[in-house]
Write a new protein. Structure first.
Lengths: 308, 169
């Protein structure tokens, strides 16, 4: 019976909350909040509430260009892999305390979070379009730039709290070092979500749409959905690390969603207030300015660990 | 299935994504098209998005009197837009070749080469007119989605089909 309940619990987490049933509407909602926040910052009214949903349905009804051979098969597969990885990452978030069942650790979450951007790189190269390839190369460079800081920040959070398990991290009281780590993760989020100061992989004015240039119809719908799910997973990770531990489950869920919403608003505001940086400036920003921050966090975390 | 079709029609009407193409325009209409997305006119309220790739677009917006050089590009881009699709000719140039009529460098007007659904006259047209044209094209697109694709029809038939579409407020 225990096995049954844990399996049910795990399924409920993967499929209902914070899994697919919550994540897909949340993804559309965050995409809308992003566009609306940018519109409000520019003094416009912006898109209606259901806009990302309409876009998704419309894209499902469009035709796709014929794709043949292994390249075509791969091109169809990349968006599906990206969506499933992002949905899995959302399902891993420990929102409801002590729910047991499907437990993953931080490393699995990081791998799942990284998979969509790997898929974007592969998709751009397999589309054989010159714009797609430039976009993919930029995405790869961007990924190398921010991931050093991102991973160091995660490792410093884990080292300062002596655990890699998300469940345990969510329940432990936050140390000052964790806040440093959370701040470093926050600095990496605009690059991870391709938001404006670091939106160079999908720069629509210079290289059309970068890696997505050859995608159409349902495949593009999957890319939009995976971008939305990435929003949910990445903001959810920060919310998990920053939220206070609350035992009442509905209050925990509300605090979690509220924190995610605040992060989305902050990132969208940043996106509309800034212009796109060139690739060398971006790399310099992450490797020179932010890296010091992350190295400081991880060295003090390790130092504290050896002392205790 | 009926409900799904209704939802699809509604979504097509509410989410027209544009691809903008210049076929030798003087840049007047291009500026007005971009102006229709600015805070003053804000076409995004209708779900309009200016896309970078023709593969993503539903509505092809073409400006300019169609020079010889642009003909092949127009046909290629028209084929790259995935169906169902609509074409909006912005300005007087693609409709009539305007003041450049009888020029030896032109091969216009536009509907010699691809079927055009909506003409937005003006030199240049106001952003309000462009937005109205795009909204009409989105309605044509929604009605077309229910029927078989019309890409194979001759130009006269397409303009008849476009005229038959009842424009609902």
């Amino acid at each position: 019976m225990i096995w049954d309940s844990t399996l049910l619990n795990a399924l409920a987490r993967l499929l209902i909350f914070p899994g697919l049933l919550f994540a897909v509407p949340a993804a559309w909602y965050f995409l809308w909040v992003e566009r609306k926040a940018v519109a409000l910052m520019q003094g416009r009214v912006g898109p209606p509430f259901m806009q990302p949903f309409f876009d998704f349905i419309k894209l499902l009804g469009k035709t796709t260009p014929p794709r043949s051979g292994l390249g075509g098969l791969l091109m169809r597969a990349w968006p599906l892999i990206a969506v499933s990885a992002a949905a899995g990452a959302v399902g891993l978030l420990p929102v409801l305390p002590s729910s047991g069942g499907f437990e993953g650790d931080l490393i699995l979450l990081l791998a799942l979070l990284e998979l969509p951007s790997m898929c974007i790189i592969a998709a751009g190269f397999s589309s054989r379009s010159i714009f797609g390839e430039i976009g993919s190369a930029r995405e790869a460079v961007l990924s190398v730039a921010y991931n050093v800081v991102f991973l160091l920040a995660i490792v410093s959070v884990a080292a300062s709290q002596h655990t890699f398990r998300l469940e345990a991290l969510a329940q432990l009281p936050a140390s000052p070092l964790r806040w440093l780590g959370v701040l470093a993760i926050l600095v990496c989020l605009p690059a991870k979500l391709h938001l404006n100061p670091f939106s160079l992989p999908n720069a629509e004015q210079e290289i059309y749409s970068g890696p997505m240039v050859e995608y159409a119809g349902p495949e593009l719908a999957m890319w939009e959905l995976s971008h939305g799910l990435e929003w949910v997973a990445a903001t959810g990770l920060v919310a998990t690390l920053a939220a206070p531990h609350i035992t009442i489950w509905w209050l925990a869920a509300i605090v979690f969603v509220g924190l995610m919403f605040a992060i989305v608003i902050a990132l969208s505001t940043l996106a509309s207030a800034t212009a796109r940086l060139a690739i060398d400036t971006t790399v310099r920003f992450y490797w020179q300015c932010t890296l010091i921050f992350a190295v400081l966090a991880i060295s003090s975390a390790l130092f504290m660990r050896f002392r205790s | 299935m009926k409900l799904w079709n209704k939802l699809m029609c509604y979504s097509r009407r509410r989410s027209p994504w544009l691809f903008h193409m210049n076929s030798g325009s003087c840049n007047g209409c291009d500026i007005e098209l971009v102006a229709s997305l600015t805070p003053r006119y804000d076409a995004e309220q209708l779900g309009v998005r200016l896309e970078g790739s023709p593969r993503h677009a539903d509505i092809l917006c073409i400006t300019g009197p169609v020079t010889h050089n642009a003909v092949n590009a127009i046909k290629t881009v028209y084929d790259q837009v995935c169906g169902p699709k609509a074409v909006v000719a912005i300005g007087s140039c693609p409709a009539t070749t305007n003041v450049f009529i009888d020029s030896r460098t032109l091969d216009g007007p536009l509907n010699k080469h691809i079927p055009v659904d909506v003409f937005v006259p003006g030199c240049p047209p106001r952003p309000d007119a462009i937005i109205q044209g795009v909204a009409k094209a989105a309605e044509i697109l929604a009605a077309r989605g229910m029927n078989p694709p019309v890409t194979q029809l001759s130009i006269a038939n397409v303009s008849e089909a476009a005229a038959k579409v009842e424009v609902q407020p």
